[in-house]
Design a protein around this ligand. Structure first.
Ligand SMILES: NC(=O)c1ccc[n+]([C@@H]2O[C@H](COP(=O)([O-])OP(=O)(O)OC[C@H]3O[C@@H](n4cnc5c(N)ncnc54)[C@H](OP(=O)(O)O)[C@@H]3O)[C@@H](O)[C@H]2O)c1
Length: 433
């Protein structure tokens, strides 16, 4: 496609946080990239929404346009980089680029977690590459390792801290004793959280990333709507300090497991042991923990967002495709050749941490134990904190189905002897039953 041309030509849609980083890396590291590829890579045109918006990087005026179709339709463009985000019109632009025989790189988790199958199939049919490393974990290489370096393994689980905003908030709550609102305000002040933080704090961003990770790890398509998502807005300083008392840290975990009866995919606040490598991931950092039958346990750690980290992943994809253009190679396309069922959340089994408040009087514990027994929930450990007329019961269960724990909570809430169920947090503790 680029035969006779001096460079592999990139056309970009979007020049915001990630797009400006792509321009910067391709410009600042042009010489080493050219040596590594064997040819220059040049950005020719960039589509933006508003020409008068300030740019984080210097871009010659004549390079910019507000018409994405001018970029996609340019016959010199070999690779279209979509870094505008959202589902439409990004989906239409990518399909259009593919239909014109362009390779595509995007960073778009929303789109790939909902329309990934359609886009990958279109690329396959047209014989072009579609890469999206930056969509999960920002600068952390994880999709390419799953598809290539770890392809000899059976992967049975992927656990990730894949949202920097929520990890920052939970770290501040844990280390400074802040409540959720105070920690969120701090994250917003520092630019780690959006003015409307709901996409992050309600677990939706992590859910989109998990759908992509699970599809790749288990070779079976998982879409965003399959993922159970619960955010961190109800986590309290009490939860964090009781967790600590029991030797746990609370993280918003994205959990994917390939189990005999189906795939479970869920994002929720999770108590993990202090000794777990993910417990040490602080502030806005991300990490993805993978278990493979041959390799054992691996953790990929780094910056999950930000202009240059995310652009690093985009440029890596551009370089892989540029090499393919020169050698006639192709990237590994869609690897979802199984159709494994995705488990309903009510059928997922795990351990639970619970806090509830009861009047401090005789006979109460027996009544409560009855509700647990009726629902086949067995208790692993209990701590009781007396506060005069009220007692606070903090307990951890053995592994049980989610459906049973929900019935237990309903049963407890219906008891006159329970003032309130204050918390219910899932526990991920490998090695414990
Ligand atoms: N930010 C991160 O750290 C990060 C990390 C990993 C992945 N991502 C993903 O990367 C993508 C881009 O994110 P971002 O943070 O860079 O977003 P952003 O800062 O909001 O930039 C979006 C860019 O797209 C342009 N744009 C929007 N609609 C357009 C249209 N219809 N036609 C042409 N251009 C259009 C905007 O133009 P104007 O500048 O004129 O408004 C802007 O330059 C998203 O999919 C996001 O999920 C982001």
């Amino acid at each position: 496609m680029s035969d006779g041309k001096e460079a592999i030509v990139v056309g970009q849609i979007g020049c915001g946080t990630v797009g400006s980083g792509v321009v910067r890396i391709l410009r600042d590291n042009a010489s080493i990239i050219s040596r590594r590829v064997g040819k220059d890579i040049a950005v020719k045109r960039i589509a933006v929404r508003d020409l008068s918006d300030p740019r984080y990087v210097e871009v010659p005026e004549e390079m910019l346009t507000t018409e994405a179709m001018e970029v996609i339709g340019d016959p010199e463009v070999d690779i279209v980089v979509e870094v505008m985000g959202g589902i439409e019109p990004a989906r239409t632009f990518i399909l259009e680029a593919i239909s014109r025989g362009k390779h595509v790189v995007c960073a778009n988790k929303e789109l790939m977690s909902t329309h990934g199958e359609e886009l990958l199939r279109a690329a396959e049919e047209k014989g072009v590459d579609l890469a999206y490393e930056a969509a999960v974990g920002g600068g952390i290489p994880i999709l390419m390792p799953l598809k290539e370096s770890l392809a000899g393994n059976v992967i049975d689980q992927v656990l990730g801290i894949v949202n920097g905003t929520t990890n920052y908030i939970l770290t501040r709550m844990s280390e400074e004793g802040l409540d959720f609102g105070e920690a969120l305000a701090k994250a917003q002040e520092l630019g780690y959280a959006e003015a409307d933080p709901s996409y992050d704090v309600e677990g939706k961003d992590a859910a989109a990333k998990l759908a992509i990770l699970a599809s790749m790890a288990f070779n079976s398509r998982v879409t965003l709507s399959d993922v159970y998502a619960e955010g961190i807005t109800s986590i309290t300083p009490d939860d964090i300090s009781f967790a600590r008392e029991l030797g746990y840290v609370i993280k918003l975990l994205a959990i994917a497991k390939d189990e005999p009866d189906g795939i479970s995919v869920r994002v929720h606040p999770t108590m993990i042991p202090e000794r777990h490598p993910l417990a040490a991931v602080r502030d806005e950092n991300n990490a993805i923990f993978v278990s493979g039958d041959a390799v054992g346990e691996l953790m990929f750690y780094g910056k999950g967002a930000g202009s240059l980290p995310a652009a690093s992943a985009v440029v890596g994809d551009v370089i892989s495709i540029a090499r393919n253009i020169l050698t006639g190679g192709r990237l590994v396309g869609c690897t979802c050749f199984f159709q494994k069922p995705v488990k309903d959340m009510k059928d997922v089994r795990c351990r639970y941490f619970m806090i509830f408040d009861v009047p401090d009087r005789p006979g109460v514990l027996a009544k409560i134990a009855g509700v647990f027994g009726e629902n086949q929930v067995s208790i692993k450990s209990v701590i009781q904190h007396g506060t005069g007329r009220e007692a606070r019961i903090v307990l951890v269960t053995h592994e049980v189905r989610e459906e049973n724990i929900r019935a237990t909570v309903r049963g407890l809430e219906g008891l006159e002897e329970v003032n309130r169920v204050a918390s219910l947090i899932r526990v991920e503790d490998p090695g414990e039953e």
